[in-house]
Design a protein around this ligand. Structure first.
Ligand code: FMN
Length: 189
């Protein structure tokens, strides 16, 4: 498996990005225990642009943890592009766009999984971020907003056309939040 120029071998183990969990110490520890790839907690594009120190602390990278992805979320093209350019200065190995967070305060404002209700905007953000940075761009999203809108197969192809280097699929819909078994069959097509 390859993302950009990084070769991960056949069955790499990736640490999922987790807010309030995947801080730098946790990432270093997971790396020592064999994680092939780790991610920062997601950070808000607006907070990055506004130079919020607690947010910028979350994107500090230790050479020991590489390869590492910085994950950002937001709901408009300009702020996602600007934030991607800023986080690129921390020299992550990939920049990951979060279109999967289900929590109300984020998704109901149209960011995270909320973007699944506005696919044209999701694709425009992705396309423009890919264009704006040299770092490989990846996306994480869900199967769809709910069981009546399982759009992931078509979305995966559209995202590929935008130039992303990898796609992580959380095998649940936004409506499922974190409940029940993840559907690995839909996301494995
Ligand atoms: C405490 C917690 C925080 C999370 N934060 C993020 C995050 O910042 N970015 C993200 O893409 N996913 C986040 N997730 C989702 C996980 O990365 C993962 O996709 C999800 O838990 C599905 O895996 P599971 O079926 O093993 O629970 C979070 C999950 C948990 C439990």
């Amino acid at each position: 498996m390859k993302i950009g120029n990084i070769n991960f071998g056949e069955r790499p183990l990736f640490l999922a990005p987790m807010e309030d969990v995947t801080d730098i110490g946790f990432r270093r520890m997971c790396k020592r225990f064999g994680a092939a790839m780790v991610y920062t907690e997601f950070v808000s594009a607006d907070a990055v642009i506004r130079n919020i120190q607690s947010t910028l602390k979350k994107i500090i990278i230790d050479p020991e943890e590489r390869p590492v992805g910085i994950q950002i979320y937001g709901r408009d093209v300009n702020s996602m592009v600007e934030a991607a350019k800023i986080v690129e200065q921390a020299e992550p190995d990939v920049i990951d766009l979060n279109f999967g967070c289900p929590v109300k305060k984020i998704a109901s404002k149209g960011a995270g999984a909320g973007m699944l209700n506005n696919i044209p905007l999701l694709l425009e953000i992705t396309r423009e971020v890919v264009r704006a940075v040299r770092t490989p761009v990846t996306v994480k999203t869900r199967l769809g907003w709910d069981s009546n809108s399982l759009i992931i197969d078509q979305l995966a192809e559209q995202l590929e056309d935008c130039g992303i280097q990898a796609l992580t699929i959380h095998g649940r819909t936004r409506s499922q939040m974190y409940t029940g078994e993840a559907d690995w069959t839909s996301s494995a097509k």
